[in-house]
Design a protein around this ligand. Structure first.
Ligand code: ZN
Length: 144
């Protein structure tokens, strides 16, 4: 790479303050003796001034306002109903959770189970009323 190409590559860095002092001295010394690099530097400087001037003419306040308006619109359009935050006061939230837990406990509580007796047909049920004479008869019939 020729020295001019190297210097012209470094001129922008020089303007941005990114060159060390030794490099800066070398670039400045070259530009003092080289018309091509001086012209390049002048055109670069003119371009930078024009860009800075154009940026200065931009109404940044209105840009900021437009930016934040667009941002708000974007957020509104992206917010779906299931993402909508519902603010619930903490005591109400706590009470609701308590009620739900109580309902859950009541729903899962084991019910008192009746002993499962096989249903008998009504015709097979015999009601026997035992009186003193029946006891005597039973004792007589018993093979003991
Ligand atoms: Zn040069």
């Amino acid at each position: 790479m020729s020295e001019c190409a190297e210097v012209q590559r470094q001129i922008s860095a020089l303007y941005d303050g990114e060159l060390g002092s030794a490099e800066s001295q070398r670039v400045l010394a070259h530009m003092a003796t080289c018309e091509d690099c001086r012209k390049f530097s002048d055109s670069l400087e003119l371009l930078r001034d024009q860009v800075a001037s154009a940026i200065g003419r931009i109404d940044t306040a209105s840009l900021d306002e437009a930016f934040f308006q667009n941002l708000a619109k974007e957020r509104m359009s992206r917010t779906s109903w299931w993402r909508t935050r519902i603010s619930v006061p903490l005591p109400v939230l706590g009470a609701s959770i308590l009620v739900l837990l109580l309902a859950l406990v009541l729903a899962l509580r084991p019910t008192q189970q009746q002993p499962q007796t096989p249903a008998k047909a009504p015709s097979k049920i015999r009601t026997v009323v035992l009186g003193p004479q029946d006891i005597v008869k039973q004792e007589i019939r018993s093979p003991l």
